[in-house]
Design a protein around this ligand. Structure first.
Ligand SMILES: [Zn+2]
Length: 347
């Protein structure tokens, strides 16, 4: 369909901003960025990148839209909740309405060691919109092993952090946080909540870093760990220096997360009273047949993209995707989740 707009005017406010200019806009337009996670941070990041005209965006998310997301996940609507939309697809649909001149590729999947090379293939830059350290360490391993820059961001409560990682030049995330905090020790969005403004702020820092990187404003990049609290009105930037020679990732180049086998496994999801169950080898599940099979055991609702089943006996809710991945709600016990999966989905 031909556009009714004069596209040459689309980025005019950005191109008259001298540090970007027309040539910077061309570089932004030629760039390929992968956004990992399309929750709160990922929504805000993808929205800004699409509007800024990043030529190619890959949006990766494993989850679907729920009512408690709307408070801060700015791409989604009540219709997405009603339609049980996977976030990556809802984001794709929304951003296609915002900017039809760029390429947007939604990926409904969980980033793991088995698929990271494929899912991040070709990305000039990777941006973190995830909510857990395991995935961040995996991204960090991939980025260092493949010499690809990435931007870390995280939020909790009214507090957020961000760091820009250029392998071989700056510290990596494991130089700064060598180990993930043990489960249950660090506050999570589950226990501490999170407010919208800190999400938007950290996302804005991450996108500003991306734009600087893309236009070659390397001397303007963040070379520290920036921490901000919008409630306390505090902000700190701790210089992180260069790569640490004893860092397990960028110093010793032991890519523990990247080399971990992608076995069948379960992951407790942040802030959701949920466990994800995935198979090492994705299978193709006929959701229609599964719906028929499960209809006697509880309530089944099916959409084009997923099936939701509520087990009448335990009240646990299973959301099953066509590749066999499932999210079990109502428990944080991995064994229970796997048991329910085996009972109802099979395998
Ligand atoms: Zn390091």
């Amino acid at each position: 369909m031909p556009h009714d707009f004069d596209q040459s005017r689309r980025y005019i406010r950005q191109t008259i901003f001298a540090p970007i200019g027309k040539s910077g806009q061309d570089q932004i337009g030629a760039a390929k960025i992968a956004v990992v996670g399309c929750g709160a941070l990922g929504s805000a990041i993808a929205d800004q990148l699409a509007r800024a005209g990043v030529g190619s965006l890959r949006l990766i998310d494993r989850d679907f839209v729920e009512i408690h997301n709307l408070q801060r996940q700015s791409l989604y609507t009540e219709a997405d909740v009603r339609n049980r939309m996977p976030k990556a697809l809802a984001a794709y649909e929304r951003l296609s309405l915002v900017n039809s001149t760029i390429e947007i590729e939604p990926v409904v999947d969980d980033l793991n060691s088995g698929n990271i090379a494929r899912l991040l293939d070709g990305a000039d830059l990777i941006i973190d919109g995830t909510d857990n350290f395991e995935t961040r360490y995996l991204i960090n391993d991939f980025a260092v092993a493949n010499n690809r820059p990435w931007i870390y961001g995280g939020v909790i409560g009214s507090y957020g952090m961000t760091m820009t990682i250029r392998p071989g030049i700056t510290a990596c995330i494991r130089c700064v946080f060598p180990e993930a905090p043990p489960p249950g020790v660090a506050p999570t969005c589950d226990t501490a909540g999170v407010i919208g403004p800190i999400v938007q702020l950290v996302a804005s820092y991450e996108v500003s870093e991306a734009l600087k990187y893309l236009v070659g404003a390397i001397d303007k990049l963040n070379t520290g760990l920036l921490a901000i609290d919008v409630w306390q009105l505090t902000s700190d930037r701790v210089p992180t220096g260069g790569p640490n020679p004893t860092c397990p990732c960028c110093g010793l180049r032991e890519f523990t997360y990247l080399n971990a086998p992608a076995d069948d496994r379960e992951t407790v999801l942040c802030g959701q009273d949920s466990v994800q169950v995935r198979l090492a080898n994705p299978v193709e599940i006929d959701l229609g047949q599964l719906a028929k099979r499960l209809s006697g055991a509880g309530e089944v609702v099916q959409s084009k993209f997923l099936l939701r089943f509520t087990d009448a006996a335990t009240d646990r809710e299973l959301t099953v995707f066509p590749d066999g991945r499932a999210i079990v709600r109502g428990t944080t016990d991995g064994d229970e989740a796997k048991r329910l999966y085996a009972t109802y989905v099979g395998n």
